[in-house]
Design a protein around this ligand. Structure first.
Ligand code: ATP
Ligand code: MG
Length: 244
């Protein structure tokens, strides 16, 4: 396998905002003329054509011209963890097949932002979890987490699990999400700082709740204003050791 120049966007859970962050980062970096692609190795819950799959949303957020089936070579209908969703569709996939299916897409870009499924300990195939995919790809990880109460625990556990697997972590981003709950949550003032203190991973910024329809321009503007892009840019552009 060629070494992939990329960054794996994982999260502390499903629905934390990985697609919004991945799409926003790709859009902002592409606006700086970095030829970044997006890859969703496996998705489940909705079929292509609905416009609502992560691959279709990533294309919409970034304006990248690719076929959705090339961005997400494996899409399964059931709203279940990819391993079970694949099984329901009668498909038996391996980690190597998932990686090989992304190779033609990866080759078209200088680097790729890869969106995981759910969190790091989500079953991907019969014998692998998302963390094993990240290990195999040998990319660093970026963590997307919720802003509010509970996020310290979820983020520290995610960091610890990635570190156990010796996966470098570029930082974490907190996302307000679509719920109103955080407006009465006094933990948000200290969550980022406490996560940094207890694990030493850098806080790269907080994405506010979008009140209007999300489009490329809005995403680029918010990412530029709120996110510390330098470590992300560096992770995507610095030649990896094995690559040299
Ligand atoms: N900052 C935000 N403002 C408004 N809506 C948001 C925000 N972040 C996420 N959402 C909405 O919350 C939902 C979940 O976000 P998203 O799809 O990005 O999560 P995810 O982590 O990619 O989920 P999955 O595990 O299914 O891939 C989506 O409907 C998204 O539009
Ligand atoms: Mg997603």
């Amino acid at each position: 396998m060629n070494v992939i120049r990329g960054l794996f966007v994982t999260g502390t859970d499903t629905d934390v905002g990985k697609t919004i962050v991945t799409g926003g980062l790709a859009a902002a970096l592409r606006a700086e003329n970095l030829n970044v692609g997006v890859w969703k190795p496996v998705q489940s819950g909705t079929l292509l054509g609905s416009g609502e799959t992560d691959a279709e949303r990533l294309l919409q957020y970034t304006g990248i011209h690719e076929r959705a089936e090339d961005v997400a070579p494996f899409t399964f209908q059931a709203p279940l963890t990819p391993m079970l969703a694949a099984k329901q569709d009668g498909v038996d996939i391996t980690l190597q097949e998932i990686i090989s299916a992304g190779q033609p897409l990866i080759n078209r870009y200088e680097s790729v932002l890869i969106e995981g499924a759910g969190g790091v300990a989500v079953p991907l195939t019969e014998d692998s979890l998302v963390v094993d995919l990240i290990s195999e790809l040998r990319t660093p990880a970026l963590i997307v987490a919720r802003t509010g109460l509970g996020t310290i625990n979820h983020t520290l556990l995610t960091v610890s699990y990635l570190q156990q697997h010796e996966i470098p972590i570029v930082g974490f981003i907190l996302n307000d999400g679509e719920s109103d709950e955080i407006y009465n949550d006094s933990s948000i003032a200290t969550n980022a700082e406490l996560i940094e203190r207890y694990c030493g991973i850098s806080f790269l910024g907080r994405i506010p709740r979008f009140m209007d329809e999300i489009n490329t321009e809005l995403l680029i503007q918010v990412i530029r204003e709120k996110i510390h892009l330098a470590p992300i840019r560096q992770a995507l552009t610095v030649q990896s050791m094995e690559d040299e």
